[in-house]
Design a protein around this ligand. Structure first.
Ligand SMILES: [Zn+2]
Length: 242
């Protein structure tokens, strides 16, 4: 049943994807969305996977692979960390990624990023990372990062494809279209470097008022929405040899 639905969905809501080649010719920034224990590490919290999850593991592996490349080349990385005050819940979600706990820290495969000079870490207490970069004085540290590094492309990976990744991508595209993000041109979402959580219909039914969230389907819809708003979606990311 789910397979049939997926085939139908991909036929009627196609997401055109091409391979992407990273090169030093265009200033590119890597944006990692919430690759933290609370969303990625088995058993780490209310919103963490309950068991090994292939899509999430692949997303973490690809994030680590590309982070390594960006650090070797000293290219800029911007990493969001979902991070909440214990007394301020984020509806409609159960408590998760409380500031100062392991849940809001980068996964073990990415922890080394904390010590890299080309990496900007940003704790955010909302779904949309672009809004989460807004400071009280009206400045926005994501905008500052794009301008300081003269970034033309951002390559976006992380979790969840249809939630935090999508909201960040949509806001960034709107801000770019309004002229706030010059010289940013392209927002590139790497499908194999994104993941979402899995709550199949059969499981949701047993949990009372839980809303089903089938992983493959919602991942696809997230990519489809991102593309519809003007992001480029790419199927693979390779590195141009020097
Ligand atoms: Zn959150």
């Amino acid at each position: 049943m789910v397979l049939e639905v997926m085939e139908l969905l991909k036929e009627h809501l196609p997401v055109t994807q091409e391979p992407f080649v990273l090169s030093g010719d265009v200033n590119t920034g890597l944006v990692l969305v919430d690759v933290v224990n609370g969303f990625c590490t088995v058993g780490a919290g209310n919103l963490a996977p309950k068991q090994h999850n292939k899509q999430i593991s692949q997303m973490v592996e690809e994030s680590a692979r590309l982070a390594r490349v960006f650090c070797e080349k000293k290219w800029p990385i911007f990493a969001f960390l979902d991070s909440h005050h214990p007394d301020i819940p984020e509806h409609p979600y159960p408590p998760h990624c409380i500031a100062g706990t392991d849940e809001s820290k980068l996964v073990p495969a990415l922890q080394w990023l904390e010590n890299e000079a080309n990496v900007t870490l940003r704790c955010k207490d909302c779904i949309d990372g672009f809004l989460g970069c807004l400071e009280k004085d009206g400045s926005n540290i994501f905008i500052d990062w794009v301008k300081k590094n003269q970034i033309k492309n951002i390559l976006v990976l992380g979790i969840c494809t249809d939630i935090c990744v999508l909201d960040f991508v949509c806001s960034t595209l709107s801000a770019r279209n309004r002229g706030f993000l010059s010289p940013l041109e392209d927002v590139i979402v790497y499908s194999g470097g994104c993941a979402t959580y899995d709550l199949p219909v059969s499981v949701a039914k047993t949990l009372g008022d839980a809303i089903a969230h089938p992983q493959e389907l919602m991942h696809h819809i997230g990519l489809y929405m991102a593309r519809g708003r003007g992001a480029k979606v790419v199927s693979e990311v390779s590195i141009k040899p020097l």
